[in-house]
Design a protein around this ligand. Sequence first.
Ligand code: ADP
Length: 629
Amino acid sequence: MANLSLKHIYKVYPNGTKAVNDFNMEIADKEFIVFVGPSGCGKSTTLRMIAGLEEISAGELKIGDVVVNDLEPKERDIAMVFQNYALYPHMTIYDNMAFGLQMQKTPKEEIERRVKEAAEILGITEYLKRKPKEMSGGQRQRVALGRAIVREPKVMLLDEPLSNLDAKLRTQMRSEIVKLHHRLNTTFVYVTHDQVEAMTMGTRIVVMKLGYIQQIDTPKNLYLYPANKFVAGFIGTPQMNFFDCTLKREGNNVHIAFKECDAGLDVPYDALLKVMPQYLDGQKKVCVGLRAEDVTLEPEAVASSAVTFKFKVSHVEELGTETLVYGDLDLNYSGIAETGTRIVVKAAGFKDFRSGEIVEAAPNLNALHLFDAETEESILPRIPKENFLSCTVKEGKLSFGSLCVSLPPAIPCADGAAELLLPSDAITFDGAIPARLCASEEVDGKFLLTVEAGGVKLFAVAEEAPAAQELKIGLDLKKIRIKREGQDVVSPLPEINALDGAFVMEKVREKTAAKRKKEVRYCMEIAGVRLGSTQEINDKMFAAFSGRKVFNTQFRYEFSPYGVKIGEEGIPAKAVEILDYGREKFLKCKVGESELYVLCEREISGEIFLLPDPEQIGIVEKERDIRIV
Ligand code: ADP
């Protein structure tokens, strides 16, 4: 029983392949985590790094409270089950299961107790005297599981354990492994390329692609709220339908125009409130996603639906309980090849549609998915990052809706109409603006609130659900952006300062009464200035680089405006100006050509020194773009 913590984990193979990039995840004790993704996405590499079979290139891996980066596999208290169960053919099942414990010199009675108990759980008690060749594939995989269970590990790691089994056995073993997890009460990490396996087994699933985590979520949330087009297409069968289109807001409706045919849908704007307005201009390319099961062909449902569309049937697949109806939104098209307007609809029972027939369908508008055509990110996020509002600026006052706030001296802005991008996390709950709570939705432990202030609806994020309907909100103005004609006229205060540097070793000579002592200490050399490092930073640097390589590597040091002090010594900088945001003031300064921002309550000018707090520093290796700290 143990939790796992993976922080900024990377794997770069000696040939330069970056198999895993910045993998971050906290796995709670007793979770059943599944890593899923197409072949080569880095799931096995990640699992093997947890097991200790593969060296971690950078990052910190903890099992329980112990950093295990440098521990041998056998010291990690984990057990691993592989796809090929690799049993010893000349040994009995009992001996195969007992072998590891015998090697550890576990007392004989204890081995017997554990093997019998595991055999009982797995239903192979009567086969203990047999040899592996006398067992079926499924039974052999059970023995492999048994061999792992008897070790009573803190964490069970399973790498595609079912892919050698036939479909029926796979389904059966799937539910047995889930039962086993309940019974053992141990943390499981399971790798598979099969999304059905992932969806049916995991308490949480990590979807990976090309070494990057795409989304970590529960099966339900992955299905309902895919974060991008890749996850949307990967989870669910048949694959989600995707159509290139544009969205245009027309009053209370949004018109979805399909790009490659004449079809279109008019959707109430209310269903798309979370979509950023810049996507609703009828120009920006968007991809609509609609699952086969989120379209109905039932005549009654279609008749009562406000939004319908037509498609031309090409063929059907009758699967017994359901029929997959394939067709094309382009009513002039009669082929069956993949087109941009191809659609598949799942209908219950047997359906007798003829090829060439034109049918009417109704989409479930609550299940519409929308993605940016370029970035493929969802544009219907569960927590919208920003509110997008029309505003005007006049004599240092910013107005939107019936609200008017004074812009602080740090935000000079010419008069006139503009667009305001107000991040949802820039709305605070300790201000003076009266607001009313309209809706509250829990998302990943946070609360997405819809509040109304001055006749404008705003998305805000809160750590807790507000107790009252009537609120007093504030705006953190250092986070806002104001745009005119697509150009920023006001930009937010940068959240991160970055300076280049190196990591160096210094010899320190200390004169003591007895003798001259030579010691070394390690320093961060930031913009040419040496600053003392911490033990934690040293450990992470040496874990990521073997030998002296760390001293010949270029780094980017990062710290927030709150994580640096202005002092008597440190990195020399030139004070440029004080940015007064009202509640807080920041000093804009320059180190060489780099502009930095530092929290600073007093007037300051001329030459200053910056001292970043080593406890709050971030370090990135520049060449491979790997975060070390
Ligand atoms: P998955 O388990 O998702 O199929 P892997 O973790 O096995 O993917 O591999 C991730 C990437 O790392 C792939 O591009 C693969 O070719 C590469 N890779 C795996 N093992 C090695 C190795 N020993 N040396 C070099 N590249 C490797």
